[in-house]
Design a protein around this ligand. Structure first.
Ligand SMILES: NC(=O)c1ccc[n+]([C@@H]2O[C@H](COP(=O)([O-])OP(=O)(O)OC[C@H]3O[C@@H](n4cnc5c(N)ncnc54)[C@H](OP(=O)(O)O)[C@@H]3O)[C@@H](O)[C@H]2O)c1
Length: 421
């Protein structure tokens, strides 16, 4: 019997290159990245013949004690000093628009490669930064900005580019999914939010997660990659789980389904439409089965069927591992680009069934508002004296008109997309 030895990794020939890295931000994600660069250096060198050298780390407060520790001369709290450092690659894990945008522009303007975890920045300025990178011979990578450690950006940008993407749908926010999972187990909203904070899945101020802003930024980035629509021009119908999380979960339970915050972008005959909204899903369905802080992205394609990518959507280590993947890739000088430019639709032509509920004494108003919009709806029996109906399939605009009318009448309607079969 002959024994064939197979190397564990495909080791490229040649000398190890040093890539000088300037890292902006050393918090949850940046700190994990520093640890990963240190612990993974042998594997990166063996696989790719690259050695990352941290030449500068930008933070807000350089005197604060840090774990991981960094040499005094590497840390700076001065963005000019940070940008002046000679580097090949700038990595950003600060978040928000400024000073991240200034750093991105300066880095790309000078022809350097730029890797970011910042979804707010990519959603607002991604195409302009990508164009700047192309003009100056640099590169923009942002895998970790959507789905944490799930390689969805790469899948859309490269692998599925020619698969004829029809739509992308997913649970993209780990904080809300964790809260909804705990609430389905019977915890009240406040307790579920406290548990999310205790586990590190909710920030001190989690409003951008709870009101759907975070998921909207992510789906706009995915729409850009899937359809070429500029994310800052894509109108997104956005509703989060606040302020009526308890009522949303109660409605889902009354209808025998599971509540999830679903983000999606879809190609229609009118253009690309996108939404982030609470949806009541069949128990056991793909999206309903995603628990806790996990994320799931489903890409519906003409030629490859439905592709599913699931995994931890946030957290320092998964996000840092996606950043490191981008850093390696960026250093290997591979090229790729977003798909052909398509237009965003001005209205959403798709129809859905909607679960609409109001508190008990507004029941008659609910029926009247739907009747005035010409929408027929079936009442749902349940305890608690709350009016709950499920409508026939209608476009969002019809429901939006009814909601506006109900709100003007002083009712506080709660609306979920009804996805039960
Ligand atoms: N956390 C996650 O699970 C996760 C997942 C995916 C993507 N992301 C994205 O990753 C990015 C970073 O998130 P994070 O959770 O690591 O945030 P974080 O823990 O708050 O860390 C932010 C870092 O940026 C520094 N910083 C903030 N403002 C600054 C300023 N004006 N000038 C210089 N430095 C500044 C902070 O300095 P100090 O240390 O001195 O305060 C800190 O080191 C965000 O874009 C976020 O959306 C996060």
């Amino acid at each position: 019997m002959s024994i064939v030895s197979v190397p564990a990794v495909d080791v490229p020939r040649g000398r190890t290159r040093t890539v000088r890295v300037a890292l902006a931000g050393c918090g949850v994600v940046g700190g994990s990245l520093v640890r990963l660069i240190r612990s993974g250096h042998a594997e990166v060198a063996a696989r790719h013949r690259i050695r990352f050298e941290l030449v500068r780390v930008l933070v807000r407060d350089r005197h604060r004690p840090r774990d991981p520790t960094l040499p005094h001369e590497v840390l700076t709290d001065d963005a000019d000093d940070f940008l002046a450092a000679e580097s090949d690659l700038v990595v950003e894990a600060i978040g928000g628009i400024q000073p991240a945008l200034r750093i991105a522009r300066a880095a790309l303007e000078s022809g350097r490669r730029y890797v970011t975890a910042n979804k707010a920045l990519v959603a607002a300025y991604g195409p302009r930064l990508a164009a700047l990178a192309r003009r100056r011979g640099g590169r923009l990578d942002f895998e970790s900005s959507v789905g944490g450690g799930i390689p969805v950006v790469r899948a859309l940008r490269d692998s599925l580019g020619l698969a004829g993407i029809r739509g992308v749908q997913g649970v993209l926010n780990g904080t809300t999914n964790f809260i909804l999972t705990r609430m389905a187990e019977g915890r009240p909203y406040a307790g579920a939010l406290a548990a999310a904070r205790a586990e590190g899945f909710a920030e001190a101020d989690p409003i951008r997660d709870l009101d759907g802003t975070d998921a909207a930024e992510k789906i706009s980035i995915l729409a850009w990659l899937a359809f070429g629509v500029r994310p800052d021009t894509l109108p997104i119908r956005r509703r989060g789980i606040v302020p009526h999380a308890e009522r949303l979960v109660r409605d889902a339970r009354a209808l025998g389904g599971a509540m999830r915050l679903v983000a999606e972008c879809v190609r229609t005959s009118d253009g690309v439409v996108a939404s982030v909204e609470p949806a009541i899903l069949q128990l056991g369905s793909e999206l309903a089965s995603i628990q806790d802080e996990q994320n799931l992205v489903i890409v519906d394609t003409e030629r490859n069927g439905r592709i599913r990518l699931a995994g931890p959507g946030a957290g320092g280590d998964p996000t840092a591992s996606a950043l490191l993947g981008d850093m390696v890739r960026s250093s290997l000088r591979l090229r790729s680009g977003a798909g052909a430019v398509k237009r965003a639709a001005t209205r959403d032509p798709r129809t859905s069934r909607w679960a609409v509920s109001v508190e008990g004494h507004h029941e008659e108003r609910l029926r009247a508002a739907l009747r005035m919009a010409g929408i027929s709806a079936a009442p749902v029996r349940r305890s608690g004296g709350t009016g709950l109906v499920v409508t026939e399939p209608v476009a969002w605009q019809s429901i939006a008109d009814s909601i506006a009318r109900l709100e003007a009448w002083g009712a506080e309607p709660v609306v979920s997309r009804y996805e039960m079969v």
